[in-house]
Design a protein around this ligand. Structure first.
Ligand SMILES: [Zn+2]
Length: 112
């Protein structure tokens, strides 16, 4: 594909992006400290699922628990963040190859 055409396509996706949350969403099932609890049975019946949203704020990891309703509501925002990272990755790769082509570095570049 023509690099300029590809760049416009990526810019179009970028312009259409909705809210995008930082960090990641994880799912966890827990064991508690209560003796004789069902989570220590055989087979164990763990507590949860718990949904944990983890992100960095000023270099520190911040974790928040989300309810199942909240996960349903905000999952698209996590998906948008992933789409955003994908667009940035593609735009950067495209830019590198545009520079290499413009500067005639194509021949010396490592094979893709
Ligand atoms: Zn338990």
């Amino acid at each position: 594909m023509d690099p300029e055409q590809e760049r416009r396509r990526l810019a179009g996706r970028l312009a259409a992006i909705d809210f995008a949350l930082p960090g990641s969403l994880g799912r966890r099932d827990n064991v508690c400290g209560k003796p004789g609890c069902r989570c220590k049975a055989d087979p164990p019946h763990l507590h949860g699922p718990y949904y944990l949203w983890t992100r960095k704020v000023d270099g520190k990891t911040v974790t928040r628990m989300l309810s199942e309703d909240q996960v349903v509501r905000y999952q698209p925002w996590f998906d948008n963040a992933a789409a955003l990272r994908d667009i940035v990755r593609k735009l950067q790769a495209l830019s590198v190859s545009a520079l290499e082509q413009a500067e005639g570095w194509r021949d010396s570049a490592s094979p893709r």
